[in-house]
Write a protein that binds this ligand. Sequence first.
Ligand code: GDP
Ligand code: MG
Length: 148
Amino acid sequence: MRRIMLIGAVGSGKSSLIRALLEHEHQVVKTQSLVYHDNLIDTPGEYTENPLFYRSLMATSHQAAAVLLVQDATKDRNAFPPGFAGGFPVPTFGAITKIDHLDANSDQAITLLRQALTEGAIFPTSAHSNRGIKELQAHLAQFMDKQK
Ligand SMILES: Nc1nc2c(ncn2[C@@H]2O[C@H](COP(=O)(O)OP(=O)(O)O)[C@@H](O)[C@H]2O)c(=O)[nH]1
Ligand SMILES: [Mg+2]
């Protein structure tokens, strides 16, 4: 099964974004710390926050069709080190989360994420208002299996 792996800090909105992207949840399978939802793989935020786990994230990404880097629009700090996306063996792209939030600064979040993701589309989203979800779904669909 071709899946997209989501990577981002603790509380950045990965699980909420997955729920917003999935119209119907078919099955959820947990293996160790990864959570498999249909075509999406949720990863622990601790893996993004601790460089000791970077190699593990990169190894796991071999089983994914693509990697989605998640940057919280309410944070003024980089979730990832510069050039981070270049370390993955599969296509990478980005999502800005929580753009509906009172404290969101989407332009700043895009600038921060660009430092880690030199190439690849960035999709501003909100799991609460659903803004940008359709656009992100359409992009993800290119990497996923047609049938489930
Ligand atoms: N305003 C707003 N809050 C969000 C959004 N997505 C997630 N959150 C909040 O951010 C917090 C962390 O979300 P969660 O999905 O658990 O993050 P994770 O740790 O990356 O899986 C929760 O309190 C969510 O309600 C969003 O689109 N808008
Ligand atoms: Mg989560």
